[in-house]
Design a protein around this ligand. Structure first.
Ligand SMILES: [Zn+2]
Length: 496
């Protein structure tokens, strides 16, 4: 447990996971039009055994399927136990599907459809979780791996990310197969085991396997954006955000060398000064904001709920584009949706008070907007720092942003309809996922990739993901199961 803090830190740096984007659409606003629609009235069509479903989730959370960067340090016993737990608790699911283990611990289930002419769909998620640390365990209201059912919630690691996600899928298939529902379309269900550390053994191998098999998917749904509540002050309509694209990521290293020497006769600028100036130039003028395409589609359903002056601005972008960009850039969440961001995460130089540093380095983590590329980022850095003596290096594991899924495609429309049926008061927007998900390994298999979980998220919930007191409400979990059943039914046949 002593190592947990450093492990946790290194994982946070890597940060594969989801819900940074909880706060996507909050921009400071004046008084808004007072619209208070009635409480969301979800139609409960399917009779789910709530007690059993909730207990299964609780027990699922108790399995400590913790991912660590250093695989040698992972205890895989709980992984094996979790796999057996699923087998025992979802018997119909296991009977109706064919299971393949990939990368040792990732599971790919195939639920064969009756019509081989329909392209298969893939529902996926991950069952690994980030560790909890000995330092913070005591701050939890209930033990992080206790799976406690209290106060109307199920508590513990994975309650939001992503055990509720995958187990709601399993509940749905169990429910349907128990009632002899036979889909026309083949469904694959993938449960990955290393999303939190990059998905190289899991999702990447599963995608490679499907590709080898010649599978072409109609669509896939992975974890991703939630249903955000409290989007605008005074507006109680939740906004369901479907992640139709995700950002790329590239680490750029700046290094600068200088003759060393004694600190009593320093040059005008040391390594530290020169690199600081470069960083400052990047901070002063970030990469270009893209107020076009996806961001417009994301904001569009919100416009009727904005204040008069905001509506005026958003309806007359030909005149107010600059103002809107400035406003959106001020909020860290909307800023991240608008442009490629630059986080200066590592700065190293100097080792002794009276010795001039010979070399310094800075690492900047850029999250690349879909309108930019890695090459754009490199060029921007070169031009912006305007110093040929600083060496610029693009580090390994850089990835370009994902393509943007087409919102006119039949699977998007089906998903939208499913959300409308399940959350009848919710607004729905295609959105940019600013973090990373396992879905990025599947671009060769389909162009219809959606990152979405019907988790109701308020501002209060944001720090719970990878943080303290992660929990999901029982009501919301039941909604998730209802949603997954509808999703399968709505996509089980021909869609267009
Ligand atoms: Zn996740």
């Amino acid at each position: 447990m002593n190592n947990y803090r450093s492990k946790l830190n290194s994982m946070n740096l890597y940060h594969q996971c989801v819900f940074i984007a909880f706060s996507l659409v909050v921009f400071a606003c004046g008084p808004t039009q007072s619209i208070n629609p009635q409480q969301d009235q979800t139609t409960s069509l399917y009779e789910i055994d709530e007690e059993n479903a909730v207990h299964r989730l609780s027990r699922g959370i108790k399995h400590q399927t913790v991912s660590l960067e250093d695989t040698a340090e992972i205890n895989f016993e709980p992984y094996e136990e979790f796999i057996s737990f699923l087998e025992e608790n979802y018997p119909n699911f296991h009977q109706k599907t064919e299971r393949k283990r990939i990368g040792e611990f990732s599971l790919l289930f195939k639920w064969e459809g009756s019509n081989p002419n329909l392209q298969p769909a893939l529902l996926m998620g991950h069952y690994d979780v980030v560790p909890s640390s000995a330092d913070t365990d005591s701050l939890w209201s209930y033990a992080p791996f206790g799976g406690e059912i209290r106060e109307g919630f199920v508590w513990g690691r994975g309650a939001l990310d992503d055990k509720s996600g995958i187990m709601s899928i399993l509940e749905a298939v169990e429910y349907l197969s128990e009632r002899d529902f036979q889909p026309e379309r083949t469904f694959y269900i993938a449960l990955h085991h290393d999303e939190e550390v990059g998905g190289v053994q899991g999702a990447q191998q599963v995608a490679a396997y499907l590709e080898e098999e010649g599978v072409e998917l109609k669509f896939l749904v992975d974890e991703g954006l939630p249903i955000a509540e409290e989007i605008l002050e005074g507006v109680e309509v939740p906004l369901a955000m479907i992640g139709v694209a995700e950002k790329g990521s590239v680490n750029i290293e700046l290094t600068y060398r200088q003759d060393g020497g004694h600190s009593s006769m320093p040059p005008r600028s040391t390594v530290i000064g020169t690199l600081s100036r470069a960083v400052n130039r990047i901070e002063r003028r970030p990469m270009k904001a893209h107020y076009s395409g996806l961001i417009l589609e994301t904001l569009e359903p919100l416009i009727p709920y904005m204040s008069f002056t905001q509506r005026l601005a958003f309806n007359n972008t030909w005149l107010f584009r600059g103002l809107i960009k400035r406003k959106l850039s001020r909020n860290i969440a909307t800023n991240a949706a608008l442009r490629t961001t630059a986080a200066k995460t590592i700065f190293e130089a100097g080792f002794k008070e009276n010795v001039l540093p010979i070399e310094g380095r800075v690492i900047i983590n850029f999250r690349v907007h879909p309108n930019d590329t890695i090459e754009d980022v490199r060029r921007y850095v070169r031009n912006r720092i305007d110093n040929e003596d600083i060496n610029i290096r693009v580090l390994e594991r850089a990835r370009n942003p994902s393509p943007v899924s087409n919102t006119h495609a039949a699977p998007y429309q089906m998903l939208k309809r499913t959300i409308e049926e399940s959350f009848d008061q919710a607004l729905i927007s295609p959105s940019l996922f600013v973090a990373a998900s396992d879905s990025r390994h599947f671009h060769n298999l389909t162009s219809n990739i959606y990152r979405f979980r019907p988790i109701r998220a308020t501002h209060d919930d944001r720090p719970r993901v990878h943080g303290i007191d992660e929990r999901i409400s029982i009501d919301n979990y039941m909604e998730m199961i209802q949603f997954q059943i509808r999703l399968i039914k709505n996509s089980a046949g021909k869609m267009e």
